[in-house]
Design a protein around this ligand. Structure first.
Ligand code: PMP
Length: 308
């Protein structure tokens, strides 16, 4: 992935893709203390637009604040940097990866005298799952790995080190023939997927999603809640058990990479009709219309890369 044309924003400068390097003693590489975002830009009638750029950038700064990392750039600078990398790489649609990490200025857990470096990369990454998955839904399994406990790592931070848990869970799910994992919290209640929040539909069309305790404050999750409110659908944030998912009318994941992804089977139990349900389909369509600029509902959520 390092051998590619293009440019990466690295500490305020645009650097050729192949030269955007860091030393092997980079602190974050050793201990995982770093923060990042996953952001998407979609092709619209007015050129590429980044979806909810402000909210993603704010979460990046909140993550850094939680870990006590002092950002060297302002939010405005990073908003501009993200638009710049999409523009400079000539991307029509893109996945963006801003990341802030501790440099190689020193070693050890005291982490003193280290600089916080920031990069923003962007590349063409059309779909996380297959088009069939978005239509037919995926099969998931409950993970044998527990999601982070709120006092072991910081769940509100989108922190590099947190993703070891996600990768273990996803690998286990893939190896058992499923497409994604569902992680439970330390008390056994549903938390989230390896990189997605979860919603279930039950009681004749009411949406349920876990409270923001041990799951990430997903921006797609928030988007879906706003859509549901617009449609007059009730949304309840509460503790959910795995068997509530088994008997749900519908279930779906949300995330910047996964978008709005139906779940058709959980632990070998068919959910609802075993296909994308009507509520999921409606919200998924609203999502794609919104991100591609076909909907007038929340125009403030689109940041056009080229001025319109
Ligand atoms: N949970 C986890 C663990 C994630 O990594 C992500 C992806 N950032 C999400 C949920 C969904 O968040 P968002 O909708 O902001 O992409």
């Amino acid at each position: 992935f390092a051998d590619k044309d293009g440019v990466i924003w690295f500490d305020g400068e645009l650097v050729p893709w192949r030269e955007a390097k860091t030393h092997v003693l980079t602190h974050t590489l050793h201990y995982g203390m770093g923060v990042f975002e996953g952001v998407r830009a979609y092709s619209t009638g007015h050129g590429p637009a980044i979806f909810r750029l402000k909210e993603h950038t704010e979460r990046l700064f909140r993550s850094a604040h939680i870990l006590g990392m002092k950002m060297q750039y302002s939010k405005e600078e990073l908003l501009e940097a993200q638009k710049l990398v999409v523009r400079e790489n000539g991307l029509e649609s893109a996945y963006l990866r801003p990341m802030s990490f501790l440099g190689s200025e020193g070693m050890g857990l005291r982490a003193e005298g280290l600089k916080v470096h920031t990069i923003v990369a962007a590349w063409d990454w059309p779909s996380y799952m297959s088009p069939e998955a978005l239509e037919q839904g995926i099969r998931i399994r409950t993970s044998s790995y527990t999601r982070h406990h709120v006092n072991i790592t910081m769940c509100k931070a989108k922190a590099n080190g947190n993703y070891m848990n996600s990768m273990l869970a996803l690998r286990e799910a893939l190896d058992s023939g499923c497409e994604e994992a569902l992680l439970l919290d330390n008390e056994g209640y549903v938390a989230e997927g390896s990189g997605e929040n979860i919603f279930i539909v039950k009681d004749d069309g009411i949406l349920y999603t876990p409270e923001l305790t041990s799951c990430l404050e997903g921006i797609t999750r928030d988007t879906i809640i706003r859509f549901a409110q617009h449609l007059g659908l009730e949304v309840r944030e509460k503790r959910i058990t795995r068997d509530e998912v088994y008997v749900a009318e519908e279930a779906f994941f949300t995330g910047t990479a996964a978008e709005v992804l139906p779940i058709r089977e959980h632990d070998g139990r068919v959910i609802g009709s075993g296909r994308r349900g009507p509520v999921t389909e409606k919200l998924q369509k609203m999502y794609f219309d919104q991100v591609t600029g076909k909907s007038e509902l929340f125009p403030e959520w689109l940041d056009y890369v080229k001025s319109v």
